[in-house]
Design a protein around this ligand. Structure first.
Ligand code: PLP
Length: 428
């Protein structure tokens, strides 16, 4: 018996499905347990060494245990790790974020992306005095009632895009449009626009695999928001500080009213943040009447980890290394597809990409669903057999980061070719 199997057997009686977040249960035949991680690698309790392209589902763009992050977090630990009072490091991190994401705006730090989207939507409702929200099929914005309607990620994988336990009355206030469907969203706004408080979108979908916006789609959402007086919320929990320091707003040259951040800005420690124009943000407690509070808000370890991460990102190298790795991997996938005749669509934006096993372009949730999930899962298994850990679900992203270069990148490319050959052998 492997140690992971022992632990998982115990875990199954302790946690629903044996895990504490559903996607972790998708690693078959049972999840591996991690003993330690460093740089590009995770080391399992069973002695496996895996190149990590999951990067904790996005936060670890610098790889594991980056020395600069370790140093800052260690310094903070020695000064104590939680005060129930403000600390200088939160001021430093907020200033950095605003410099790149919204000059002149304001921030509220919370503990997760879910908390941040929940606050952003409450704020939009209060600010506009309207109740409805428009989201897109397959976009995932966290595990709370407003957004568990047509949600992607593990919700899609497990067939519960709309969760049990969310009252119909709440779900009815969330209207769903199709990503990249210019006319559809316009029709929805024409019908309901006067009642819509916010349009919330992942500027690049990262929870149905990776799906980029068509040229002009985000601008179209900006124009519709302006026309109907709703707020535009960019959920940049994944794309923030990943597509560059200015995130998707800078990459696509479209400004949002509210930007939600998480993942990278905590450097691997729990975090979420709402960033908004000052006139909007001033409505949050204690300045205004939109309630938010949290024992762990602006946790000093998360603030330190995030600050150190952004300081490294400012040096620029990470973005070029990560984008180069993603391009090399995309090319390897396409070549392996040509060599074996296994059809694959590769979607890529900077350091996020995904391979869909389908002949048709993947432009929205419906086309993503048409891809061969079983084949993807086989691909995941074959990659692991060759020492590379990619997301176990078709509806997650493959992430690249600072450690994906040199021999590590060569090994990933070899693993792709080897995996496709094995798939070809299996599917004939
Ligand atoms: C786009 C997006 N928004 C929100 C969330 C929720 O963030 P968290 O898992 O930190 O609650 C996620 C998580 O993957 C996400 O990808």
């Amino acid at each position: 018996m492997s140690r992971s199997l022992d632990l998982y057997s115990e875990a199954r009686s302790l946690f629903p499905g044996g895990v504490n977040s559903p996607v972790r249960a998708l690693v078959k035949p049972y999840p591996f347990y991690v003993e330690r991680a460093e740089g590009a690698y995770v080391y399992t309790v069973d002695g496996e060494e895996l190149i990590d392209m999951v990067l904790a589902y996005g936060p670890l763009i610098l790889g594991h245990k980056h020395p600069r992050v370790l140093e800052k977090v260690q310094d903070q630990i020695f000064k104590g790790w939680l005060y129930g009072a403000p600390a200088e490091v939160e001021v430093r991190l907020a200033k950095k974020i605003l410099q790149y994401v919204m000059k002149g705006g304001m921030v509220r730090f919370v503990n997760s992306g879910s908390e941040a989207t929940m606050l952003a939507l409450r704020l939009a409702r209060a600010f506009t005095r309207r109740k409805f929200i428009v989201k897109f099929d397959g976009c995932y914005h966290g595990a709370h009632d407003y957004m568990l309607v047509s949600a992607g990620s593990a919700a899609e994988h497990y067939g519960v895009p709309s969760s049990d336990g969310v009252p119909e009355e709440v779900a009815r206030l969330t209207l769903v449009a199709n990503f990249n469907d210019f006319d559809g969203v316009e029709r929805l706004l024409r019908a309901e626009g006067e009642r819509v408080s916010a349009i919330i979108v992942e500027p690049v979908m990262g929870n149905m695999g990776v799906i980029p916006p068509k040229p002009g789609f985000l601008k179209h959402l900006r124009e519709l928001s302006d026309r109907y007086g709703s707020l535009l919320i960019f959920d940049e929990v994944i794309t923030g500080f990943r597509l560059g320091l200015g995130g998707a707003q800078e990459h696509f040259n479209v400004k949002a009213d509210i930007v939600v951040l998480g993942k990278i800005i905590g450097g691997g420690f729990p975090i979420g943040a709402v960033v908004a124009r000052r006139d909007i943000m001033e409505n949050v407690t204690p300045q205004g009447r939109v309630f938010n509070a949290g024992t762990f808000n602006a946790h000093p370890l998360s603030m330190s980890g995030g600050l150190a991460t952004i300081e490294v990102l400012e040096e620029g190298e990470t973005y070029s290394v990560a984008a180069r790795a993603a391009k090399t991997i995309a090319k390897a996938l396409e070549e392996a597809s040509m060599e074996t005749g296994i059809q694959v669509q590769v979607n890529i934006v900077e350091s996020m990409l995904q391979a869909f096993f389908t002949a048709n372009p993947v432009v929205d949730a419906a086309t993503a669903r048409l891809s061969n999930k079983i084949l993807y899962e086989r691909f995941h298994e074959e990659m692991r057999r060759r020492g590379v850990f990619i997301a176990p679900s078709q509806f997650e992203a493959i992430f690249t980061g600072l450690p994906h270069r040199g021999p590590v990148l060569d090994k990933i490319v070899d693993a792709i070719h080897g995996s496709f050959k094995a798939l070809k052998g299996a599917v004939g």
